[in-house]
Design a binder for this molecule. Structure first.
Ligand code: FES
Length: 436
């Protein structure tokens, strides 16, 4: 993969500073047994240098979910997505395989799928060219018309015949690894990363009867520029402790006292937690019951137990009896994220006459619970910036947070060792800039 690499774009002094700072923070205190563990240092959620370190430790090493295969059903279908500042192009090629490649033109770095003009209102709103989707037979960069085929090979470049030694065949959009797991498209900036699926075997077993690869997401929703750290959002979604309190009454079908976290094993690619429902055939909406037909093939156990799985750092999946929630969290800074969320259902459940009405009821349920969660996420982020932000003990109903900490600390520690082993300037440990 032709890439500049994260490290070369990060201030190496900052990176080494964070690596040394990690050594002073007793992160092991956040990974011990749940009865004794404490939360991670607040700076891990707020500090810009730490966020740059995470790009090296996590986002340049792990499998990153980009979307669903049903977004590109036919040859030539594509979408772009900006993943932690990296513009990527996902396309179904002429051989029907899904490819992921850089969306950055090999000429002067324009985004090859960008529109040739931006509507002033859109411009004022986003200050950047938007991600796009569509269907095509080739990608023609709107700036100077360099043109690429669906494999990313340059096939045309106007007026380059006077440039000695220039050959179209030498130019190609950088390609990234692709792995499809249960209909989700993943990529990795590390071409040598071990495959994802073998490390999801425990999750595969739990989700087997939902046949996620056969479900579709008819109406994914993007929400942009939420002002909190990516881990704050995942922690809120994974721990059950708040369900009986923040969501009192609304979450009674899945009570916190019934939580059953799965112990995280080193090497796992997922953090998993389950809750036994208050009754069979539960669902998360004001009726507590499914609004759609139960997904065919679920076992008795499946109809009693809801499982939430985080495939860090991007994807969260939660299974219900009639549908499957999923959410992608894409960091845009230490304290900002974009999210995309959707509901997977069997294709044939799209047709019932009441579809729109059901969808509206589900959206309302999500809106009410989401409003509470987002208030908590925002409040927590504000608190984490305080000089008084704690490293707290945990309730047994938050045990899954320790699993998440273990996943994180494995990676932080490995990256700190890589940084320490690499050439770099001598630096001093500094306090990260969060007022602590
Ligand atoms: Fe793409 Fe010039 S930047 S053709």
């Amino acid at each position: 993969m032709a890439t500049n690499g994260w490290s070369s774009r990060i201030d190496s002094v900052s990176l080494a500073n964070v690596a040394q700072w990690i050594g002073t923070q007793n992160l092991a205190a956040s990974t011990q047994s749940p009865e004794h563990a404490i939360t991670m240092p607040p700076q891990c959620y707020t500090d810009s240098a730490f966020y740059e370190f995470e790009k090296e430790a996590i986002f340049s090493k792990e499998w990153l979910c980009l979307g669903r295969v049903e977004q590109v059903p036919n040859v030539g279908d594509y979408f772009t997505i900006t993943m932690v500042d990296e513009p990527l192009l996902v396309v179904r090629g002429a051989d029907e395989q899904i490819r992921v490649m850089s969306a950055v033109c090999r000429h002067r770095a324009m985004i090859v799928t960008a529109p040739a003009a931006v509507d002033p209102e859109t411009w004022l709103d986003s200050k950047t060219v938007p991600d796009t989707s569509g269907s095509c037979t080739q990608f023609k960069c709107p700036y100077h018309y360099w043109t690429y085929d669906l494999d990313g090979q340059l096939i045309g470049a106007p007026e380059m015949h006077r440039t000695p030694g220039f050959n179209d065949k030498d130019v190609r959009l950088p390609q990234l690894p692709v792995e499809i797991w249960n209909g989700f498209i993943f990529t990795n900036f590390d071409a040598d990363a071990p495959p994802l699926a073998p490390r999801l075997s425990r999750l595969e077993e739990k989700f087997a009867n939902w046949h996620l690869d056969q479900l579709v997401d008819p109406e994914p929703v993007w929400v942009r520029d939420l002002p909190w750290n990516w881990k704050v959002m995942h922690e809120n979604s994974m721990e059950a402790y708040h369900a009986d309190r923040l969501h009192a009454g609304l979450h009674a079908m899945l009570p916190a006292s019934h939580v059953m976290p799965t112990v995280y094993e080193p090497g796992d690619a997922a953090v998993i937690t389950s809750i036994r429902a208050a009754h069979i055939d539960y669902s998360v909406n004001p009726t507590y019951k499914p609004l759609r037909p139960i997904i065919e093939g679920l076992s008795q156990e499946d109809r009693w137990v809801s499982t939430f799985a985080l495939i860090p750092p991007i994807l969260l999946i939660g299974v219900m009896t009639d549908s499957v929630l999923y959410r992608m969290v894409i960091p845009t800074g230490p304290e900002s994220i974009h999210i995309r969320f959707g509901l997977l259902i069997p294709q044939h459940h799209l047709r019932p006459r009441r579809y729109k009405q059901i969808r509206k009821m589900e959206a309302e349920a999500v809106r009410i619970i989401g409003a509470q969660d987002w208030a908590a996420d925002s409040g927590v982020q504000k608190g984490l910036r305080s000089r008084f932000a704690p490293r707290s003990r945990l309730s047994w109903q938050e045990e899954v947070l320790v699993s998440m900490n273990r996943w994180l600390v494995e990676r932080y520690t490995a990256a700190a060792e890589r940084v320490a082993a690499g050439p770099g300037p001598s630096v001093q440990v500094v306090e990260l800039a969060t007022g602590r």
